[in-house]
Design a protein around this ligand. Structure first.
Ligand code: BES
Ligand code: MN
Ligand code: ZN
Length: 481
């Protein structure tokens, strides 16, 4: 799908999307009255569209943007998504949507592109029939000014990265092993100006990464850890942010085998955190990020076998701490622990990890938002602000240190599970590996996938966290306590 900017509707375009507010005068050229449109079920509300039939020339698609005074970036993103769905049968589309409302031109153009590109995305690699792919391939954003062009460019970079994260998460386990994913990361790093290092099983053993190696024990596929490094011009002295992504290529639960319900098939997406980190890293140069950013992808399967880790086994983690296994399905925290310890050794200004970590977080917050917990409120505030701007929604849960007793072990420094508040105890486990570095943990088990096509989401894996982390990296400031 290509996006261009033009100051007028290009000749020969198949469909024209026209923004319509829910009150006030209709835009020029709309031949129907508000009364008639309302009878036809179109009141100009956000997400509504109405195709005005015509035999000749371009088809007009009215797109609701709601009340003018209440128009936000998210309104435009949603309206653009609805327009893309209504226009999916046409090859070309032009729209003035970025001109609706009073929000900043650059941002408006960015979010309109995001809405269209995200709502048009399909994972079709493995379909041989009924591809259901959108016909839409050429989109013109109508308007003038350098800000508009810059916003379109930014929107394309951000949406492309998000769709890439969705594709990786949608890929079945056999189509994307840890080794293949690391190879992809090397390719992507080369194309996006990043330094990349790949660590294999022997190296991980030599480095003392008992968490990721332990989780990998039941698997035939070897693990991979990938470190991606982005340094802007004059990097020295620039704030440094590290991102650690959970890359469980497939989570069967291990010896603590999961039941065979339909949600089990979603566990191919248990590497969504790592996918979001890789996708984010791939945009930093193109978006002119002025901060230093390091990304860790912690990749392995979690499978049962004769060599798998067992309950009662004790793992030696990168930071020297020992962990007694009480549930092999609590594997995400074990692989993150090594990544967090390595991240902390770099003495960065902050660490953020992103992980499909607990069903508890999903049950608490649903599929519409992720949970955030951490040891530094200033840094958490930066993430919450990024969530506000991107609508990758976040809700803070408390890092209640009184609950740490639930992780006490009689043979090791701690157990890998315990207690009632599953999202909180998981975060308390991670807290053991970051030392005093400002740190926040994103639990994305809920928003990892969507049940339906809705707004700018498509049914399937969402790429959640990509837009959130891009915004966070671009706006990152050294957090003080
Ligand atoms: N990958 C799962 C968490 C998950 C659940 C992600 C639902 C997406 C949707 C994680 O590894 C897991 O199995 N967590 C366990 C932890 C428990 C054993 C303490 C869980 O949530 O049941
Ligand atoms: Mn698990
Ligand atoms: Zn998992």
């Amino acid at each position: 799908m290509s996006f261009t900017v033009a100051n007028k509707i290009p000749a020969g375009v198949a469909a024209v999307g026209v923004a319509v507010t829910s009150e006030g005068a209709l835009p020029k050229g709309v031949s129907l009255s508000r009364k008639t449109l309302e009878k036809l079920g179109f009141a100009g509300k956000v997400g509504q569209t109405y195709i005005v039939p015509a035999d000749k020339g371009a088809i007009t698609i009215l797109v609701g943007v709601g009340e003018n005074a209440k128009l936000t970036a998210e309104t435009l993103r949603k309206a653009a998504a609805a327009l893309a769905r209504a226009a999916s049968g046409f090859e070309s589309l032009a729209t003035d949507l970025a001109d609706a409302g009073r929000i900043d031109r650059k941002l408006a153009a960015q979010v309109v592109v995001e809405g269209i590109a995200l709502a048009s995305h399909r994972y079709t690699d493995l379909k041989t029939i009924d591809k259901k792919a959108t016909k839409l391939s050429e989109v013109t954003i109508v308007g003038v000014g350098a800000a508009l062009t810059a916003g379109v460019k930014r929107g394309v970079v951000i949406a492309t990265a998000t769709n890439m994260a969705r594709d990786f998460a949608n890929m079945p386990p056999a189509h994307l092993t840890a080794t293949m994913f690391a190879n992809k990361a090397v390719e992507i790093a080369g194309a996006s100006g990043l330094k990349v290092e790949v660590f294999n099983k022997d190296q991980l053993i030599a480095m003392g990464c008992g968490g990721i190696v332990g989780v990998n024990r039941g698997s035939v596929e070897p693990p991979r850890m990938v470190r991606l490094t982005y340094k802007p011009a004059g990097a020295k002295g620039k704030p440094h942010l590290v991102m650690v992504g959970k890359g469980v290529m497939y989570d069967s639960g291990g010896i603590s085998l999961k039941p065979s319900d339909s949600s089990h098939a979603m566990m191919k997406g248990d590497m969504s955190g790592a996918a979001a980190v890789l996708a984010t890293m791939s945009t930093l140069k193109a978006l002119g990020c002025t901060n230093q950013v390091t990304g860790y992808l912690m990749c392995t399967d979690n499978l049962p076998s004769g060599s798998a880790m067992a309950m009662g086994d004790v793992l030696h983690m990168r930071n020297g701490k020992t962990v007694e296994i009480h549930n092999t399905d609590a594997e995400g925290r074990l692989i993150l622990a090594d990544g967090l310890a390595l991240a902390a050794e770099q003495k960065p200004d902050a660490i953020v990890d992103i992980a499909t970590l607990t069903g508890a977080c999903q049950r608490a917050l649903g599929n519409g938002m992720a949970g955030v917990l951490g040891n530094n409120q200033k840094f958490i505030a930066q993430l919450l602000a990024a969530a506000d701007r991107t609508s990758d929604k976040l809700w803070q849960l408390p890092l209640e240190r009184d609950y740490r007793t639930a992780l006490e072990s009689s043979v090791a420094d701690m157990k890998n599970v315990g207690g009632e508040a599953g999202a909180i105890t998981a975060a308390l486990f991670l807290d053991e590996f970051v030392g005093t570095t400002p740190w926040a943990h994103l639990d994305i088990a809920g928003p990892m996938w969507s049940d339906s096509d809705s707004g700018w989401l498509q049914k399937g894996m969402t790429g959640y966290g990509t837009r959130l982390l891009i915004d966070t990296a671009l706006n990152f400031k050294r957090p003080t306590r």
